[in-house]
Design a protein around this ligand. Structure first.
Ligand SMILES: *[C@@H]1O[C@H](CO)[C@@H](O)[C@H](O)[C@H]1NC(C)=O
Ligand SMILES: *[C@@H]1O[C@H](CO)[C@@H](O)[C@H](O)[C@H]1NC(C)=O
Ligand SMILES: *[C@@H]1O[C@H](CO)[C@@H](O)[C@H](O)[C@H]1NC(C)=O
Ligand SMILES: *[C@@H]1O[C@H](CO)[C@@H](O)[C@H](O)[C@H]1NC(C)=O
Ligand SMILES: *[C@@H]1O[C@H](CO)[C@@H](O)[C@H](O)[C@H]1NC(C)=O
Length: 224
């Protein structure tokens, strides 16, 4: 009886495990905080569902408090997958784009993208997830808020010093290689010359020995 129950339960457990694994892809990564003026910047905001397999819907709102201001103002809403770009503040008119979960109301990634960042965009951004989890018999509301402290830096311009040092690097690399080639040619010639000399020397030696032995031979012959 018990083993029969166990056999029945195994596929069920496997299914639950697979469901868990297939939803395990959501990872809460913190947003970057340093934007470059004139470029685009992704304001990241990820809020994973505690239990991936539970059906849910979420809306996302973004608020912004510029550096030096006291209050947050509502700048963006995502509540309709068919119309994801809903900008609520003139300062960001035509400059925000949805970068979060695509074509779904079951949002876990609520990131937005700022186009053409200006120094005036420096400040605190707050994203607000309003999520409804649907269980068989009831619904459960959660609100999650995250903050991104964004600062804007000027576009990196290369200093004269860094350009100069790069040129010097190439000059020294080429210089070293030329020196290496010159040294190799020089050594090759020296070795070749030494080899020739040695050859000549050994030839002379051979001739000397040969003539000497000839002499000896002649001597022996004479003695006989
Ligand atoms: C900030 O909000 C408070 C309360 O909503 C309001 O009384 C105050 O005038 C606001 N300050 C600014 C600078 O908008
Ligand atoms: C985010 O939005 C920008 C601007 O629309 C786009 O270029 C970029 O590909 C988007 N990135 C993602 C990951 O959706
Ligand atoms: C970015 O903004 C600057 C000034 O704010 C403007 O001169 C430039 O044309 C804008 N670039 C784009 C691609 O919108
Ligand atoms: C930045 O803010 C200042 C003061 O509010 C304004 O005069 C300036 O035009 C703004 N710059 C941009 C690029 O929006
Ligand atoms: C979540 O936020 C909504 C709207 O601001 C509010 O009505 C609701 O009470 C909040 N729920 C929780 C659990 O804080």
């Amino acid at each position: 009886m018990m083993s029969a129950l166990r056999i029945l339960l195994v596929p069920f457990a496997l299914c639950t495990l697979l469901a868990h694994l297939s939803h395990a892809a959501c990872v809460e990564v913190n947003s970057d905080t340093e934007a470059v003026a004139g470029r685009g910047f992704k304001l990241g905001c990820i809020s994973c569902k505690m239990r991936g397999e539970v059906q849910a819907t979420a809306t996302v709102d973004w608020y912004f408090k510029a550096k030096g201001e006291i209050n947050f103002t509502h700048i963006y809403t995502y509540d309709d997958p068919a119309n994801p770009t809903d900008i609520r503040d003139d300062r960001f008119f035509d400059r925000l784009d949805w970068n979060g979960s695509k074509n779904t109301l079951d949002v876990q990634d609520g990131s937005i993208y700022i186009l053409n960042v200006t120094f005036n965009d420096t400040g605190t951004y707050r994203c607000f997830f309003n999520r409804v989890l649907s269980f068989p018999n009831y619904e459960f509301h959660t609100n999650i808020t995250k903050s991104v402290e964004m600062k804007v830096v000027p576009r990196a311009t290369r200093s004269i010093a860094s350009i100069f040092s790069e040129i010097m690097m190439y000059v020294s690399i080429i210089g070293l290689q030329v020196w290496l080639v010159v040294e190799m040619v020089y050594c090759y010639r020296k070795i070749a010359a030494a080899g020739e000399e040695a050859l000549r020397e050994s030839a002379a030696e051979y001739l000397a020995i040969a003539s000497e032995s000839k002499d000896n031979c002649a001597g022996v012959q004479v003695e006989e």
